[in-house]
Ligand binder design. Structure first.
Ligand code: ZN
Ligand code: ZN
Ligand code: ZN
Length: 219
């Protein structure tokens, strides 16, 4: 019986071969997954009408391309999440993204995509296929998420996430109540950034403000 995860991994790899070399040949699939597994699954994918094989060259069918596009999208959105928000690197990062793509559904991907401001490229610089959420965000000009340090004075924003490796600055932010969900106004930017929320006013170093990702809720 065909293992769906294995099929998804292969579709993903075919996509990457096409992206890098302009075409995918069956021997490359063999090099990556082993000759036997590659042959079994290529036959399987042809039967399922996900790919066509002609003279060792693999081409997606319409359905296969759609499926591969979704896997690539999930993988690259996962990369952004793991890299930007969770600050994972190396082995943990690579494995995490590949596991993630097999178990999340489109709804979760759309929420994460929105949270991240509909990123267009992954941390490696590869294009992320767009989803419905990205298209409707463009239409409605939904404000994207950006670092607090780039927002002009006078704007009201909502904290979406905090991205920092430094536990000291994370502790400082939580200590003063700057946590995801907080709505605040940028009172002043120079000479130092002053934030206002409720009755509270506080100064924030630009170094720390860089790590606070917000969405503008009122211009
Ligand atoms: Zn993968
Ligand atoms: Zn990537
Ligand atoms: Zn999106």
């Amino acid at each position: 019986m065909a293992d769906e995860t294995q099929i998804e991994e292969m579709l993903e790899y075919i996509w990457i071969l096409e992206e890098n070399d302009g075409k995918a040949v069956s021997s490359c699939i063999g090099d990556k997954f082993g000759e036997d597994i590659a042959n079994t699954y290529i036959t399987e994918m042809v039967e399922k009408q996900l790919i066509n094989l002609s003279d060792r060259e693999i081409a997606f069918t319409k359905a296969g391309k759609k499926r591969a596009e979704m896997i690539i999208r999930r993988h690259r959105i996962a990369e952004r999440l793991l890299n930007d928000v969770l600050e994972m690197r190396g082995e943990e990062f690579e494995r995490g993204a590949c596991q993630f793509e097999h178990f999340v559904n489109e709804e979760i991907v759309a929420s994460i995509c929105t949270l991240l401001g509909h990123p267009e490229v992954c941390p490696h610089g590869n294009k992320i296929p767009q989803g419905e959420c990205c298209l409707s965000a463009k239409k409605n000009l939904e404000p994207v998420i950006s670092p607090l340090s780039l927002i002009k004075a006078g704007k009201k924003v909502k904290v979406v996430y905090i991205s920092t490796k430094s536990h000291a600055s994370l502790d400082r932010l939580t200590g003063i109540g700057v946590i995801p969900g907080l709505e605040l106004t940028i009172h002043q930017k120079f000479p130092s950034m002053i934030l206002q929320y409720g009755e509270t006013q506080l100064a924030l170093d630009n170094d720390i403000a860089k790590n606070v990702y917000v969405r503008i809720i009122q211009s």
